[in-house]
Every structure is written in structure tokens, then in C-alpha cells.
Design a protein. Structure first.
Length: 215
């Protein structure tokens, strides 16, 4: 059934995620773990604190936006325990993700200002990276993959529109594996690929489901 409000909501979600990605690829990158020189990262964060925190605020909004999109997507799937499980996994991913982003945005800079030991800063850095990149991201992508496979089952005629979404979720799971194995260059590449593909797919599938709803 056509529902333009859901489509325009998805467009807004895509814009938020796109801005968050631009921030991470641009002004946030010198402070991220992909740069292995921790003292250099600390100095960058201190001297660019405003943009650093703004970037993480966009990522917090992106996390909530992802949950909203999955709720919209679930509305196109018949109710079932599996659908609820998929949504639950996405919702559960919010907790470690927002915790990590809070650590990075506010706790980490405060610890730098307080001259905390490098060992403690490294621990917080690793904790936050695994909370968001492994646990939160993993829950998001497993939940999203479940919902997308259910959509494929319910609307097989849309398979060519749905397959890119499956690929995006699988690539996102690859990111969690890369984080767990400390392959940060691979994690960065998979982040770029999965986020670009998934954001574009959100808009495409929303168009097909709620604007050109003929299947």
C-alpha cells in the first residue's frame, strides 16, 4: 500500500546517516582507532573537540534512525515471532552502540583533559570500539538481515530490489568480524561499503514499498 510519509521519513533517515558517514570519513577520522598513534589521536581530539562531539552526536542520531527504519521495514512484513526477534536484535544493538558513542564523545575527551594514563585511555578506546563496531553493529546487522530475508519471503517479486539489502547487511557483519580480529583497515573499507550500500538501499526499497507499491 502506498505510504509517502514512510518514504519521506526514510529519506530523512538516509540524510542523517549520510551526514554521519561524511563526518566519520572527514573531520572525525584522525581521532578514530584506524589511526594507530594514540597520542596523535588524543592531541587531535583535544584540538577539534567541537567537531568530534558533533560527529558522535550525528552517529547517535544515525543509530536511532536505523532502528526507526527497521520499524518501518517491519510494517511491510506480516507479524510473526521471527519478525519480532529481528526487531528486538536491532533494538538491543542501540544500548552498546550509544554507550560506545557516549564514551568516545564525552568520556574519552574528559579523560584526556584529566591526564589519565595511556593504558586506561587505550582500554576505554578498545572497549568503545568493540561495543559499537562488534556488538552493536553485529546486532543491527543480524536483526536487519532477518527482516530483509522475511521481506524477500513475503515479496519474492521484489527480489532484485531486496538482494542489495542482503549484501549490505552481510557486509556489515563482515565489519564486526574485522573489528573482532583487529583488522582496522579492512573494518574501515567495510564500513564505507556497507554504509554506502545500505543507505542507498533504504531509499530504493522505501520507494518500491511505499511510492511504487505495485507488488
Amino acid at each position: 500500500m502506498p505510504n509517502p510519509r514512510y518514504f519521506y521519513c526514510t529519506l530523512a533517515i538516509a540524510v542523517v546517516i549520510f551526514i554521519a558517514c561524511l563526518m566519520m570519513a572527514g573531520p572525525m577520522r584522525p581521532g578514530l582507532p584506524v589511526v594507530t598513534d594514540l597520542p596523535a589521536r588524543m592531541a587531535y581530539i583535544q584540538s577539534h573537540l567541537g567537531v568530534w562531539q558533533l560527529g558522535w552526536l550525528f552517529w547517535m542520531a544515525a543509530a536511532l534512525s536505523l532502528l526507526l527504519f527497521c520499524c518501518l521495514l517491519a510494517s511491510a512484513i506480516p507479524p510473526s515471532p521471527v519478525r519480532q526477534f529481528g526487531l528486538l536484535l536491532v533494538a538491543l544493538g542501540i544500548a552498546p552502540d550509544l554507550t560506545a558513542e557516549t564514551l568516545y564523545a564525552f568520556v574519552f575527551p574528559a579523560m584526556i583533559s584529566a591526564s589519565s594514563s595511556v593504558e586506561l585511555l587505550y582500554f576505554i578506546d578498545q572497549l568503545a570500539m568493540h561495543l559499537t563496531g562488534f556488538l552493536g553493529n553485529g546486532l543491527y546487522n543480524i536483526g536487519g538481515l532477518i527482516l530483509t530475508l522475511l521481506l524477500l519471503q513475503h515479496k519474492p517479486a521484489l527480489k532484485l530490489w531486496i538482494y542489495p539489502g542482503i549484501l549490505a547487511w552481510v557486509a556489515g557483519l563482515g565489519l564486526s568480524v574485522a573489528i573482532a580480529s583487529q583488522q582496522l583497515a579492512l573494518a574501515e573499507a567495510l564500513t564505507a561499503f556497507s554504509m554506502a550500500l545500505s543507505t542507498a538501499w533504504f531509499v530504493l526499497i522505501a520507494y518500491k514499498l511505499w511510492i511504487k507499491a505495485d507488488v
